[in-house]
Design a binder for this molecule. Structure first.
Ligand code: PRP
Ligand code: URA
Length: 208
């Protein structure tokens, strides 16, 4: 599908297998989420714009480049929180804007409960961070919020996607590229991704 990028990087595949393992403890799980998020972001930021920057080395002047665009990281609470540090390590001057959305357990529809975005957007590119793209409801709702806010460029960085969720996001927002570590088989009757990794929020925060 156009605008959907699934990493083929061996490091990501290795870490993802450990992440999925039911015996991986919350501490290791958080570490893996952080590391995979950083590796995926490296791939997702290939097209960021640059400005020329004159730099003086200990030996002479040269022309270098620095990032031009102001970047916002938008973790979807709760599970997206664990991805922030991994991305921040690469882009420490990014702003972090939290969006709180949970899925209603019965309807599987997204419910927004936290949003403190200022009236005017202060960033030109937003990376939405959420490890799980299941029905796509949470991702679609977050993209809606960011578009209404006025952000010009939005990317979704997830870890595991279900075909149903990827299609839902792509149908609604074909302009938003989706970056994932893997695409799984299907959703079960409770909206969980199969084979998946279980509940990403509970496994990070030890609340399962
Ligand atoms: C999980 C996950 C996504 C959402 C994906 O969050 O982190 O935000 O489900 O499902 P969807 O694609 O069907 O919307 P959850 O609602 O469990 O909230 P939590 O992170 O607070 O546990
Ligand atoms: N949210 C999760 O954390 N896991 C899933 O499989 C689906 C939604």
């Amino acid at each position: 599908m156009e605008n959907v990028f699934v990493s083929q990087h061996p490091l990501i595949k290795h870490k993802l297998a450990k992440l999925r393992d039911k015996d991986t403890e919350p501490k290791k799980f958080r570490e893996l989420i952080r590391e995979i998020a950083g590796l995926l972001t490296y791939e997702a930021t290939l097209d960021l714009e640059l400005s020329p920057f004159e730099v003086t080395t200990p030996l002479e002047k040269m022309s270098g480049s620095i990032l031009k665009e102001k970047i916002g990281l938008v973790p979807i609470l709760r599970a997206g929180l664990g991805m922030v540090e991994g991305v921040w390590e690469l882009m420490p001057s990014s702003e972090v804007w939290h969006i709180g959305i949970y899925r209603d357990e019965k309807t599987l529809k997204p419910v927004e409960y936290y949003n403190k975005l200022p009236i005017e957007p202060r960033v030109s590119v937003c990376l939405i961070l959420d490890p799980m793209l299941a029905t796509g409801g949470s991702a679609t709702a977050t993209i809606d919020v960011l578009k209404r806010w006025g952000v010009k460029r939005i990317k979704f960085v997830g870890i595991i996607g279900a075909p149903e969720g990827i299609k839902a996001v792509h149908d609604e927002h074909p302009d938003v590229p989706v970056f994932l570590a893997d695409v799984d088989r299907q959703l079960n009757e409770h909206g969980y991704i199969l084979p998946g990794l279980g509940d990403a929020g509970d496994r990070q925060f030890g609340t399962g």
